[in-house]
Design a protein. Structure first.
Length: 261
C-alpha cells in the first residue's frame, strides 16, 4: 500500500470483516503479511516448502479479499465437511448425494487427492471435501475424524444439513448473525494494520477508527484510547505474522483473546 493512500481511513470498507468466519479472517491477516507478499512477487510459491511456511496448499493473490478468495488450508480445518461413498446396508435409506442440491455460489478444486467444494451463501461459507469414490445420485457418508475436535466436526455437519433442509430450489436466504465484539476487534485490527502500512501515526489510526472528536477529547500519553490502538496493532501484528494459523482451528474464537475481558 502506498504511503499516500487514504483508502484505509474508511470504516465502511472494513464492515465485511464483521461477518467473516475464522478461515476467511485467517486469509485477511495472511494477505497483509509482507513476507507472504514478497514470496508471491518472487514466485517463491514454486518452492515445495511454501505450503508448510504459510499453511495454504495453493498460492493466492494477496490483493484479493476474503469475498474473492477462499484458500485451501493445510492441514485440513476442523470445519471441513468430509464426504465418502457409502455402500453399506444402512445407506439404502440414506439420501443420495447431489452436487446441485447444495445452495450458493459454488467453486470446485481438485488438490490431487479429493474434490474440494466451496459454497458461498451470502456471508456464510460451506466447505466440503468430496472423496473420488463419491458420485452423483449415490449414497454417501460423513466422515468425522476421531479426537478432541470430533464434536466441532459434527457441528459443522449439522450446519451443512440445516442449510440443505432450508434451501429453496429457487432462492436461498441466509440470516447473518449479529456481529459480536470479537468481529469488531478483528475489523479494527485489520484497519489499524493497513493504516500503519500506509504510514499513518497511531493518532491518525485512532481518529479513523474512533472518530476525530473522541481523539481530540481523550488522546494523551497515558490514555485508554492510545492503549487501545497499541493493543489493536500488537494483536493484529501477531495474527499477521503467524497466529492466523490459530484461526484455522475450531478454537479460533479464542485467537484474539477472551471476549469477557
Amino acid at each position: 500500500m502506498e504511503s499516500s493512500s487514504r483508502a484505509w481511513c474508511a470504516v465502511a470498507a472494513y464492515l465485511y470483516v464483521l461477518h467473516l468466519d475464522s478461515l476467511s479472517l485467517a486469509w485477511e491477516y495472511l494477505r497483509r503479511n509482507p513476507l507472504y507478499l514478497a514470496d508471491c512477487r518472487s514466485h517463491a510459491h514454486d518452492d515445495p516448502s511454501f505450503t508448510n511456511r504459510w499453511g495454504i496448499v495453493f498460492p493466492e493473490n494477496p490483493s484479493c479479499d476474503a469475498f474473492t478468495v477462499q484458500p485451501v488450508w493445510y492441514p485440513d480445518p476442523d470445519t471441513l465437511v468430509r464426504i465418502w461413498a457409502d455402500e453399506s446396508d444402512a445407506s439404502l435409506a440414506a439420501k443420495p448425494f447431489s452436487l446441485w442440491a447444495i445452495p450458493g455460489r459454488k467453486s470446485l478444486l481438485h488438490d490431487g487427492r479429493r474434490l474440494l467444494l466451496t459454497a458461498v451463501l451470502g456471508t456464510r461459507v460451506l466447505r466440503l471435501s468430496i472423496a473420488g469414490s463419491v458420485s452423483n445420485g449415490r449414497s454417501f457418508a460423513f466422515v468425522i475424524p476421531s479426537g478432541p475436535r470430533a464434536k466441532v466436526s459434527w457441528q459443522e455437519v449439522q450446519n451443512y444439513l440445516a442449510v440443505l433442509r432450508t434451501a429453496d430450489p429457487g432462492t436461498v436466504y441466509v440470516r447473518a448473525s449479529p456481529p459480536g465484539r470479537l468481529g469488531s476487534l478483528h475489523m479494527r485490527a485489520l484497519q489499524a494494520l493497513d493504516g500503519r502500512t500506509a504510514g499513518a501515526s497511531q493518532r491518525d489510526i485512532a481518529a479513523a477508527i474512533f472518530g476525530e472528536a473522541r481523539v481530540r477529547e481523550h488522546w494523551h500519553a497515558d490514555s485508554q484510547l492510545r492503549a487501545q490502538v497499541r493493543h489493536l496493532l500488537r494483536r493484529g501484528e501477531a495474527l499477521m505474522r503467524g497466529e492466523y494459523r490459530a484461526l484455522i482451528t475450531a478454537s479460533a474464537a479464542c485467537a484474539y483473546g477472551d471476549e469477557r475481558r
